[in-house]
Design a protein around this ligand. Sequence first.
Ligand code: SIN
Length: 486
Amino acid sequence: MTVIQLNDNDLFKTQSYVAGQWLAGNATFEVNDPANGERIAEVSEVTSAQVATAIAAAVSAQKSWAKLTADQRARYLMTWYQLILQHQDDLAMLMTREQGKPLAEAKAEIQYGATFVQWFAEQAKRVYGETLPNPALDRRISVIKQPVGVVACITPWNFPSSMITRKAAPALAAGCAIIVKPASETPLSALVLAELADRAGIPKGVFNIVVGTDAKAIGEQLTTHPDIAKFSFTGSTHVGKQLLAQCASTVKRVSLELGGNAPFIVFDDADLEAAVDGAIASKFRNSGQTCVCANRFLVQQSILDEFVARLTTKVQSLTLGNGLDSASQLGPMINRKALDDVHQLVTNAQQAGAKVVCGGKKPESQSSNYYPATLVTHVSNTMSIAQEEIFGPVATVIPFKTEAEAIAMANDTRFGLAAYFYSRDIGRCFRVMEALEYGMVGINAGVISNPHAPFGGVKESGIGREGAAVGIDEYLEIKYACFGDI
Ligand code: SIN
């Protein structure tokens, strides 16, 4: 097993963190570096009894956590935030080793994730109620907001740190306790957050992490337990639907951030160079393993050749390599299955008449997870590569003639997470932005995520919003109080 060298080796944790304790299970699972297959950790499998302990601990801790003032909770969160930043190099190293993304990108994710903690530490103090006009002279109405209670969440491997803080920080700020089940591919990035929460003094049982490979069983336990009031998930639409159904049995509050199929429309009045830069940033972030990354480039016919030529040059210049190498702009895919799935979509598209302009080849070694940056043209919106979430470094180009045609194609999907378009025409910018059936729209911007903005989708891309002022509402109940006999 390869030892990961950190500045602070106590940040390397391999057991679930429950009620403020590190718990060994009965078995372990391996964590492997997707860059070279090296075993980098043996992590304890959480047992179902330990998950039950986490739930019970959260139930008990939540009561006193909710009784703290917002200021007190904010101070804990700010300490956690500062510790994350202080140790960002180590956190980024752990992430690159288990997830594969280039070190600079991993560091950017740690900072992005930390800003959710900072943002919600501030928002904790802005949970306001309301006094409403009275319906009768002897009545008064007030509305207060209270924490929902105990929260459980399941988080993905593609953003192993920030998807945890984007859920845990608002939950904790609101006065909830939380149990996090991270992806088994990336437990180290999750467990280090628990170690830092512990160092920040967050009381035992308020923040718990359970790690294991039996996602189905752990998911079932978390989604059906009556003491869990709220469930939040980031991952595929397919799994999200199953979890949503499971939550029905106890009528939990649910937030889902699911798959996307982002159109990226380039109109003929766009600043082409800016559009190409935005396209690269949007498509190839995290090697295309991002729910919001561009899935389909819809390009107006009159600028098609010029756009493809410029995009090809940039795609070909992207450096693929181990994320530890500072020259790498694209890391490996998370595992071989992910690579094979992406390649299958490219092959299907080719068989249906699409052309691979660059990339599109599997690595020679059967065990390699490196897929090259790929550009596919002559794609039609009905091909599987345009209808499914690619989740890999493959850009597809579909031509269109009119604004109406572009909007119709963009909306012709069950997904509705993010969409992007480039245009310099202010009227068109409003028309298209309003017509796109998506939760988020980037206008002359290829990367739009930040803690100030509400992140989330419509249609089968999800329920609820994360980040922004509304992000904390997902963890709050509204209580209406009617005072009579005044
Ligand atoms: C995701 O892909 O799930 C999240 C990406 C982001 O926050 O920008």
